[in-house]
Design a protein around this ligand. Structure first.
Ligand code: 13P
Length: 257
């Protein structure tokens, strides 16, 4: 049984005071009633210090949104996995579609980053997903297979809980166009099959696959109830404590079944 995992990707949003207020509210609420769902927040790197303080003493994990593959050196503007670990992070989002499309990250980059992050003792949340044109062309399965092989192939995963895959169809991100639960489940099923081929069946069974792309309180439960959907990677709806908490509660409802 995979523990549901809900993570908030703040992206490049909120100032320091807003970050403190949001994370304190979510952490405070989850302190009062412990959750069966694993929860994480990933703020911008410049806010990791205030986020760490706001989450202190709570079960909410702190994560980053990117990392470089080298541990140190002449890489102006980059942050290493070791630095993120020292800043209190337990996990890093890698290969988000915004990084792939806006900043030119390739599958090979994502693989190097994922390996470096895992070796530094951090968990990885690796994002994959097809564009609207790829789906329209009937290429979704091919794209997902290529991304799994390219971004994760050859990794030595001892503990499948340390690697999460986030299925984020690009056409659903920030658009309000959520994949239907059936569409998302079909893609997650494909991903689990590809993970089994790339990393072994046992490992693939233990890896959580999150869905991301316009997850909201009103669609979360139907998505999370699908057998291969093990959580959510939440953008816009994680910026409000009430909506993020509602998505966490939806995860709890499906975990009880
Ligand atoms: P939205 O929830 O805003 O669609 O963003 C999803 C996402 O990209 C999370 O990483």
């Amino acid at each position: 049984m995979r523990q549901p995992f809900v993570a908030g990707n703040i992206k490049m949003n909120l100032n320091r005071a807003e970050t403190t207020a949001l994370l304190s509210a979510v952490a405070g609420s989850l302190r009062q009633s412990a959750s069966s769902v694993e929860v994480a927040y990933c703020p911008p790197a410049a806010h990791l210090d205030v986020a760490r303080a706001a989450l202190a003493g709570s079960a909410v994990r702190l994560g980053a949104q990117n990392a470089h593959w080298e541990s140190k050196g002449a890489f102006t503007g980059e942050v290493s996995p070791a630095m993120l670990r020292e800043a209190g992070c337990g996990l890093v989002i890698l290969g988000h579609s915004e990084r792939r499309t806006l900043f030119g990250e390739t599958d090979a980059d994502v693989l190097r980053k994922t390996r470096a992050v895992l070796e530094a003792g951090l968990d990885a949340v690796v994002c994959v997903g097809e564009t609207e044109a790829e789906r329209a062309a009937g290429a979704t399965e091919v794209v997902l297979a290529r991304q799994v092989v390219g971004s994760l192939g050859g990794l030595d995963i001892q503990d499948p809980r340390r690697l999460t895959v986030a299925y984020e169809p690009v056409w659903a991100i920030g658009t309000g166009n959520t994949a239907t639960p059936e569409m998302a489940q079909a893609a997650h099923r494909v991903l689990r099959g590809e993970l089994a081929k790339a990393l072994g069946a046992h490992t693939a069974e233990g890896i959580r696959i999150q869905y991301g792309g316009s997850v909201k309180p009103d669609n979360a439960e139907a998505l999370l109830a699908q057998p291969d959907i093990d959580g959510a990677l939440v953008g816009g709806a994680c910026l409000e404590a009430s909506s993020f908490l509602a998505i966490i509660r939806a995860g709890e409802a499906t975990a009880r079944r």
